[in-house]
Design a binder for this molecule. Structure first.
Ligand code: ADP
Ligand code: MG
Length: 684
């Protein structure tokens, strides 16, 4: 299949076909293709004598096929022996095409590249690349191997990239003197070298990225990022948002609440209220550990906006969570003048339409819902505030879409994002343009720490006894199974089986089941039955991961805990310990445990502090996933790594200032190179 870059920037990706697969790799423009750099290289510049190949080598050899055999006992295997003047070596192919049987017919000359290992009958190459041989030309340069995705072959990607590279005309952001001082190359030269190094370029330096060409590219990218952040900041500073100065409604809610706000809640509320009252669009991230009480802050912000005459949109990542917010906010905001509506994907089309129309007529003040808020192009005539709960679960583009839903684009809405997954401050500042951060660093009073127990799945009987005891005391219990979607592949016990088993083991108690494949209506019905105490034990997949609040649940069992991520385990555990009873979280695991699984379990066992867990998660996983940038399909940085390249981040900060001052045209060319079609992301 031939692929080629679009000549112009950023057409929306098609749903399938090569263009969409390329778009998933982030490849749309010539610049994107040219900046898609190799993971590693193959040395196909020479053919070595077969006799010189050793176990563990990666070599290219050429020889005559002397023997061929297709064994069809069990798995089909194509074996062949090839020979040159110096020796003989075996080839083994497990998945092969009929054409490869012909290609490896006895007497043919083939050129073969691959890894060598010592097999049962001497040296062999498993799954080598085989080409017709016989003195065909050898390339002069190393052959790049690119990051790719299913359906896009290396050769077609190589061709597309080589063509794009011919077409790009780039302007350097740095002067020759600056480049010399920093030890970097002209950008076009550096990128050309990385795609097609000469055999005498150090492979080691290329692969560990210490080569000056890599330094050049990484600095260029970081500089583009810094320049675009400055630009976004400048653009935002001239925007005028609606000031929301009417505090009466929020004050009334604070008085009505059945609890006192904690000191930390009061502080973050003051910060947010002050932002809302200013004429600049707020762009604030509210961080607070699971259960720290972020929802009430969202309710206060919503009331201040509504009280000042604006509409508010509140978006949550799951139907269960959105539904729960809807219930809770209706209960808190018992105010006929604040008209609250609900929108989700599972509603009947006619009902959705009615809600959208009411919003568009300005008859809804607070709209709560799921992705449906952005999918169904709801238009708000007076949107003043967009709130995104569990923001890391959304892609950047989705967050932007919510803020963009207001009719009057000259008056951007304030934006409040909430997350239980803290982002280290330096990282946040490098990823988001001038994002302000508020932190709730105190739990509501009376919370008892959750006792975490690690139990081998072979001791499951004891766990059932503990469940029986908790249920007998009037408590409720969660039993969490890993995702059904993954269970087929990973051979997990499905939630359905578990539910049947537990219902049989605990016949005296009503046991519910909720998982991702249920219709949303059934999901919501099961959750409210559990919240109301009609169901006493709830078997669930990770659909309950975020935000669910049932204070009477005091025991949680997580099955196959070794298969969950760290922040997932912490979020899940946060579902218990919300009431006054002593709570326990049982992590059931199966041996043998991998090194990382063991480490993850140790961390959740040792720490109950979400910030500490996130910090250690960051060390285990790297920043991309934590930020949720991944879910948008496009990581913000392609090659630079904020931690590894910290020294260059500093350089880029300083260089950005001089570049914007001295050569704005070069600054523009730089951001176009890296961010054309992605410019919006820096505003998220
Ligand atoms: P999260 O920060 O994880 O979203 P929630 O907003 O769901 O947490 O709050 C968790 C629980 O704590 C809810 O039942 C909420 O009503 C309650 N809560 C929030 N603030 C306080 C407070 N100051 N005192 C007592 N309970 C509180
Ligand atoms: Mg929450």
């Amino acid at each position: 299949m031939a692929v080629s870059p679009a000549r112009r920037a950023a057409a929306p990706p098609a749903r399938s076909g090569p263009a969409s697969r390329l778009a998933r790799l982030g490849l749309r423009t010539d610049d994107d293709f040219a900046l898609h750099l190799p993971l590693r290289y193959l040395d196909l510049t020479q053919v070595v004598p077969i006799g010189s190949a050793r176990h563990g080598d990666d070599v290219q050899v050429e020889g005559v096929v002397r023997h061929q055999e297709v064994s069809s006992r069990g798995r089909r295997v194509l074996s062949a022996d090839i020979e040159d003047d110096s020796g003989r070596i075996g080839l083994r192919l497990f998945n092969f095409y009929p054409s490869q049987i012909r290609q490896l017919a006895v007497g043919r000359v083939v050129r073969v590249h691959g890894g060598v290992r010592a097999g049962l009958f001497g040296l062999e190459m498993v799954h080598p690349t085989v080409r017709a041989g016989g003195g065909a030309d050898l390339p002069e340069r190393l052959t790049p191997v690119y990051p790719t995705t299913a359906g896009i072959s290396q050769p077609s990607l190589r061709t597309a990239i080589a063509e794009a590279l011919e077409r790009v005309r780039w302007r350097d952001a740095l002067s020759p003197a600056q480049r010399e001082a920093l030890g970097v190359m002209p950008i076009r030269e550096a990128v050309g070298l990385l795609h097609h190094p000469r055999p005498d370029d150090s492979l080691a330096a290329l692969e560990d990225r210490s080569h000056p060409a890599w330094r050049t590219v990484i600095l260029d990218e970081l500089l583009a990022q810094q320049v675009s952040l400055r630009e976004a900041r400048r653009r935002r500073s001239v925007l005028r948002a609606a000031p929301m100065t009417e505090p009466a409604r929020a004050r009334a809610l604070i008085e009505r609440l059945p609890f006192q706000l904690t000191g930390a809640q009061q502080r973050v509320w003051r910060e947010i209220a002050a932002d809302l009252a200013r004429g600049e669009p707020m762009n604030r991230l509210l961080q607070g550990d699971v259960g720290s009480g972020k929802t009430v802050i969202a309710a206060l912000a919503a009331l201040q906006a509504v009280g000042s005459g604006f509409q508010v949109a509140l978006m949550a990542p799951t139907e269960i969570l959105a539904e729960q917010h809807h219930r809770k906010l209706r209960q808190w905001i018992d105010d006929p003048l604040a008209r609250i509506a609900w929108l989700s994907g599972s509603m009947k089309p006619a009902d959705k339409k009615a809600v959208r129309e009411a919003v568009a007529r300005g008859e809804v003040d607070l709209l709560i819902g799921t992705h449906a808020l952005i999918q169904d192009s709801v238009v708000f005539p007076r949107l003043g505030l967009a709130i995104v709960d569990e923001q890391h679960r959304f892609g950047v583009a989705q967050r932007l879409a919510l803020r963009g839903a207001q009719a009057d684009s000259a008056r951007p809405a304030h934006q409040l994002m909430m997350s239980a997954t803290p982002i280290p401050r330096t990282l946040a500042m490098s990823y988001y343009a001038d994002l302000d951060v508020s932190v709730i660093d105190e739990a509501p009073p009376g919370r008892k720490p959750v006792l975490t127990k690690l139990i081998d799945a072979r001791r499951r009987d004891q766990v059932i006894e503990a469940i029986r005891a908790a249920l007998g005391e009037g408590r409720q219990v969660y039993w969490v199974c890993p995702l059904i979607e993954e269970s087929e592949a990973l051979d997990l016990q499905t939630a359905i089986d578990t539910h049947a088993l537990l219902a049989a083991e605990l016949p005296e108690w009503p046991v519910g089941l909720v998982h991702g494949r249920l219709a949303p209506g059934e999901k919501a019905a099961t959750m409210s039955a559990f919240a109301a105490g009609e169901l006493r034990l709830l078997v669930a997949t990770t659909v309950i991961e975020v935000g669910v609040d049932v204070p009477n649940a005091s025991l949680m069992v997580i099955e196959h805990a070794e298969r969950f991520g760290l922040s997932q385990l912490h979020q899940l555990r946060g579902r218990v310990g919300r009431g006054t009873a002593d709570s326990v979280c049982v992590l059931l695991f199966r041996t043998p445990l991998s090194e990382t699984a063991r480490e993850r379990l140790r961390i959740v066992f040792e720490s109950s502090d979400g910030f500490e867990i996130a910090r250690r998660d960051l060390l285990l996983r790297g920043p991309g996933e934590l930020l949720g940038a991944r879910q948008s399909g496009l990581a913000m940085l392609r090659h630079a790594d904020l931690e590894r390249d910290a020294e260059l981040v500093e350089q880029a900060r300083e260089l950005a200032t001089t570049l914007l001052r001295d050569d704005p045209a070069a600054a523009l060319a730089l951001t176009a190179r890296w961010l054309a079609g992605r410019g919006d992301f820096v505003q998220a």
